[in-house]
Structure formats: C-alpha cells, structure tokens
Design a protein around this ligand. Sequence first.
Ligand code: NAD
Ligand code: MG
Length: 494
Amino acid sequence: MSAGKFEYAPAPESRSVVDLRSSYGLFVGGEFVPTVDGRMFKTVSPATEEVLAEVTEAGAEDVDRAVRAARTAYDSVWGPMSGRDRGKFLFRIARLIQERARELAVLESLDNGKPIRESRDVDIPLVAAHFFYYAGWADKLEYAGFGADPRPVGVAGQVIPWNFPLLMLAWKIAPALACGNTVVLKPAETTPLTALLFAEICQQADLPPGVVNIVTGAGATGQAIVEHEGVDKVAFTGSTEVGKAIARSVAGTPKKVTLELGGKAANVVFDDAPLDQAVEGIVNGIFFNQGHVCCAGSRLLVQENVYDEVLDRLKRRMATLRVGDPLDKNTDVGAINSAEQLRRIATLSEVGEAEGAERWSAPCELPDRGYWFAPTIFTGVTQAHRIAREEIFGPVLSILTFRTPAEAVEKANNTPYGLSAGVWTEKGSRILWMADRLRAGVVWANTFNRFDPTSPFGGYKESGHGREGGRHGLAAYLQAGHPKAGHPKEAARA
Ligand code: NAD
Ligand code: MG
C-alpha cells in the first residue's frame, strides 16, 4: 500500500447473484440451440484467468440460420407490428434490465474485468436508459424528421467489441428494434456472457422469437454476419482496421453501414481551468474502464505555464488509484480485458520509451494472476511519437504541452481520428471557440466521458461514420430519404 492511500478492508460484491451455466448454445429464433457447424470455446475472467463458461463459436451455417430467423420475424411479426406495441416490448426489456441490474453488473465485471463500481453505476444504468429512450421513440417515428411514414431497413447484422459489452449491445439493439428491424448480434469473443443473459431477458419479456438473435464467436463469425446477403444493414463498433475491411466488403452491395471505430482524443487543459477538477477529468478520461474506451482522453494537452502543477497533482492523484479485484466495490481500475490486449498495451508502451518519452506508473501492487497494467503516463511526448498517434486502448496517457489556443487546436486535430475531445477552461467563450474548431464528434467541456442516450455519438475521419444515440441514431435503422420507397425485398412482398 503506497503513501496517500487509505487502508480499506476488502468489500467484494457477491457472485452468488449470477447463475452461470457451464455451456451456452446460440440464441436463435427465441431459443438456445446447439451449433450446426461451429465449435466451443471458453471465456475467462481476465482478473483471475478462471474459466467462466464454454460458449459457441458459430459457423457460417449457424449465422445463416440466425439471419433466416431474423428475416422470418421481420416479415411475420416485428415489421408489421405497430410502433406502440414494439415500444411496449422495449419498455418491458428496459424494466427487466433494471430489475436484474445487479446480476448484469456482476456478470459484466466477471467477464470483462471492469470495476463493479463502473458496471453497477455507469454501464447497466446506461443500458436501461438506452432501452427506455428508444422505447419512447417507437411510436413517434413519424415525428423524428425522416418523413411521414419512415420504414425499417430489415435485418440488421451487428458486431460489437468487448470494452462495454452490454452497453454496446444496447446502442445497437434498442434503436434497431424501435424502428422495426430485427437483429443478429455478435458480442466480442472475450465478453459474450452478458449478451447471452440479455437473450434470457428477451425470453422473459416474451419478445417474439427471432426478433433478437445472439450469435457468439470471433472474427470469422463476425465476417459471416457482415457478408451474409440476407443482412440489410451492418452496424460495427471496434478497431479501425476491421472497420475498413467491413467497409470494403459491403461496398457495392445495397447494405447500409455504420462504423464506430477508434479514437485518440485530446483532453485540453488551459491555465485558467480549475485544476483539481481538471485532474479528476484527466483521470476519468484515461483510467475509466482501464482506458478501454474509444473516446478515451489519451492525449493530454496542457498549457505550458501550468504544466508542472498539473503533472504534480496528477501523479499525486494517480497514487491513490486502487487497482485490483473488479468485484471489490473500492476498486478504481480493474483488469485488462485479455492477454492479447495486455500485450498490445505493453508493446506500445515499450515503443514510447524507446522513442524517448519518459514513463511513470502509479505505485501499486498488481495481482499475480490475471491481466494487469498499472496506470501510466508518458511525458516528453512529441506529436511524432507512436504513443501520441496510435490508439493504445489501455490505461496509458501521453502528455504534451501548448502555449496558445491556436496551437492547442492544431495539435488536438493532428490525428487521423476524431471521436471526442475535452476542454478545460473557466471561459465559456473559449469553450465555444474551441468546440467550433475541434474536429471531433463529441466535445466535452469541463467534464469527460459523459454519456446520455439522447445525445448522438460518433466520429470524424477514421473514427468512423454514422451516429448512435439520440434522434440521429434512428437514421441508421430507417430508410431515410424515401419514406415510401421501400427496400427491394419489401417492394417484392408488397
Ligand atoms: P476488433 O475490431 O478486432 O473486434 C471487434 C469486434 O469485431 C469483435 O466482436 C470481433 O470478433 C469482430 N471482428 C473481428 N474481425 C472481424 C471481421 N473481419 N469481420 C467482422 N467482425 C470482426 O477489435 P479488438 O481486436 O477486440 O481490438 C483491437 C483494437 O481495436 C483495440 O486495441 C482498440 O484500439 C480497438 N477497439 C476499439 C473499440 C471501440 O469502441 N471503438 C472497441 C474495441 C477495440
Ligand atoms: Mg471474458
């Protein structure tokens, strides 16, 4: 225990609330079914490397069955259903998520490694809020600005990452269903369990079979979903590399696509900012969720005249972070999600040192088993350094300085990404001046990593295209522009 940290007795959240099965099939047509052409793999707790359950790696035929189930449900029940009735199902799902919040939070922390404090207070409440929000839209789509009678797209193929497993599921499924689409969703291979629990919630809500299909697996399964010709819309969140491959594979097809990819956000601290608050914002910006956040504030830009003071306060604050058991209610920073991700973080950090930046890690004891990385900062970073350009997706902050607002804007925008940014200053006029110039989908002022279902989220440049959340998030799941035109497949049916 380092100086400055209080001794706390362990306060572990009980695991008994979670009822794990030893083995999970695929959720297709409203039931859990065994694989036809896939195989099984194991999902572990990254904090202990303990095997939690065996899940299915779906093959192409499994994916085909799921897409067919989604198509049948779209044609026979969900497409024709009134928005009012769809809304009732979504409200029911939202309430069940609230009722089972503790179970979902514990399972999320077990499978992902994130602190229970975050899954309990951030992830799961936002998941429920997302379903409530889009439930409210289901019977009001004609007022959303997409024409008098906006029509769904059809079957959505959705592939999500491991950093916010259930929240990314909510971002994908809630608007899709509200608009009258059915879905085939694949969670990430390291975090499939809350999506499978969500499948049970769909059963509990009596959602018509086939409206939601959950197909587990890795990249090949994701590819089979994306390339399936029965899929009308592809929604992907993950790495820019895979996003580009998906963009290539859907080019020339009638599929609609939204991509939410990486980021390298600048968090800009001016000398007139309330520094203690700014330090909290810096910590929240990069160490929240172990830095596994696409919009993480991974590039800190500090005005030169307050650099020493900010750095000093930041180190002091970082020394108080508690790293360890994700299920302990006092934990601030949990486990890195996988051995592979840990390797990526470690490698890029070594590159940072080799390129001449100075590394400092918070003093903390890391558990022997599991995947861990101490909260780390790099100083003496230049814009040419790889740690300033590439997404690390871990608890690693690069610190740069600037003198004038214009220099701050130039440095902040000097990235192939553009998902988010933060501005810390006392002056409202400066916030607006910066927000006008920062090429980022979200600009937070005197706060960071705030999410709300009513607010659209998405990127510029290589951070992807399309928006999720808010009224804007409906666009991806409606046939925009031609309210009555209909999809070719729908026209054939009409
Ligand atoms: P990834 O892009 O490989 O995986 C994301 C999802 O896509 C997973 O469900 C995966 O199974 C699936 N997938 C993989 N290959 C696919 C393919 N060819 N076709 C369709 N689906 C495919 O991301 P990762 O390997 O888990 O992480 C790598 C890097 O991606 C991270 O270091 C980070 O920089 C970035 N990342 C960003 C986000 C984000 O929220 N923007 C989330 C996770 C990872
Ligand atoms: Mg796992």
